[in-house]
Design a protein around this ligand. Sequence first.
Ligand code: ADP
Length: 501
Amino acid sequence: MAAATSIELAAEGAKNPKVFEFLKRPAGNLLINGKWVAAKSGKTFEVENPANEQVLAVVAEGDKEDVDEAVKAARKAFEEGPWPRLSPHARTRILLKLADLIQHNADELAELVSLEGGKPIAEAQGEVAASAAQFIYYAGWVSKIYGETNPSAPEMFNYTLREPVGVCGQITPWNGPAAVVAMKWAPALACGNTVVLKPAEQTPLTALRMGELALEAGIPEGVVNIITGFGETAGAAIASHPDIDKVAFTGSTAVGKEIVKASAGNLKRVSLELGGKSPNIIFADADMEAAVRGSAAGIFANQGEVCCAASRMFVQEKIYERFADGLVDFASKIRLGNPFSASTTMGPLVSKEQHERVLGYLKAGKQEGAQARIGGDRGPQERGYFVQPTVFTEVHNSMKIAREEIFGPVAAVIRFKDENDAVLQGNDTTYGLAAAVWTRDISRAHAVARRLRAGTVWINCFMAMDPISPFGGYKQAGFGREMGKEALELYTQVKSVFVKL
Ligand code: ADP
């Protein structure tokens, strides 16, 4: 048998020949004005497979100069190109074509998501299907972006137009290499904007493949541009660029604050989807089995690298031990391993840096007196950034592991007495992205949902998401709402027109 080349070794477990073709394509390409070009500096960086620490690919390290070129292309496409002026039906068709292409190439995209991000292949397949759904949903909106006619004085006719914002900078994180890109592109493009995307440096491959599909779908040159590179250089250049009209960012709260500061130069519009420390409240009358299963998925899916993860579990005193036992039992059945293995239910964390961060929190939790009932350490694997699924009990809401976003498979299980105590503790956080409540009492469920200060509240479920429904944060979890019709507001602005009769 011939010896495997290094790409075969790095992409261990991947099966789709198109993935290998993609990984072997010439390295170092940015998408600018419909063409694949090297970074002006000629610099490149490596993309790693977090399951085995091998180099999957080498991509262009774009910088300020490349962002400038991409913005020029996006500006020209916006001011002079066909995209914002296409008939709504033509734009709808192209977005539907892109959705079709994503579905048609779903297997390849899912393998890329797993390879660079580490999530089990079944979860990656779900993510890719959800990405296609974003384009399908917003394709429908293109022909329904209405202005209004206003009741005006008899000699005047006044109406409004809802117009695209212009050139949109979009900066995405690594935990949803396909889904977050789709959440950014679909509404922006539906509204007739042009975009410059900077995907996370840990997971640029899926975005690059989606860029190829965007061109194949017929999105005109300059409408979608992609600059791979690092946050402090390429990302910062987008946030501060004087000719970008709007920046949409998903990532950490710390970087979100930097984006706001950098955006002040030209007062670009900003939308931020940031961190979370979501309260997941389980009352004594809840369906215990469903609550354990839903809560476990809420903290262990995607290795817990989810902004709205169920990281703080508030459990009513009476059922505290029973719930904790259930969660521990669930965690004990999780199988860490290569994302492509059929038995794997949890992959590695995305990077060495993230691995060290999460291990640091595990240490901090033990030092603060929380009890690691299961897990609490790295995985047994020799290679790869694995962390054991961990359940901490005896956690107080004031502990570091209950206050700071860990972004790993680490549940903090906290006691509460009654409804008021649950709400007060749940809301005692600087974040406010999501929350959940488990109870059979329908009045209590809705009353608690109203009192929770979070952008999304789940009742008797966790992490339900759909393009139809807005998603975003209260407090320091950010502002602006992605998905749903609300995202149209991020990507349009209103013009009032007066006509003298
Ligand atoms: P994480 O800590 O989860 O990696 P970050 O908020 O650091 O999340 O990163 C999310 C995205 O923001 C990535 O694409 C990253 O490159 C980018 N980024 C990081 N720092 C900056 C910055 N100063 N300005 C703009 N973008 C940045």
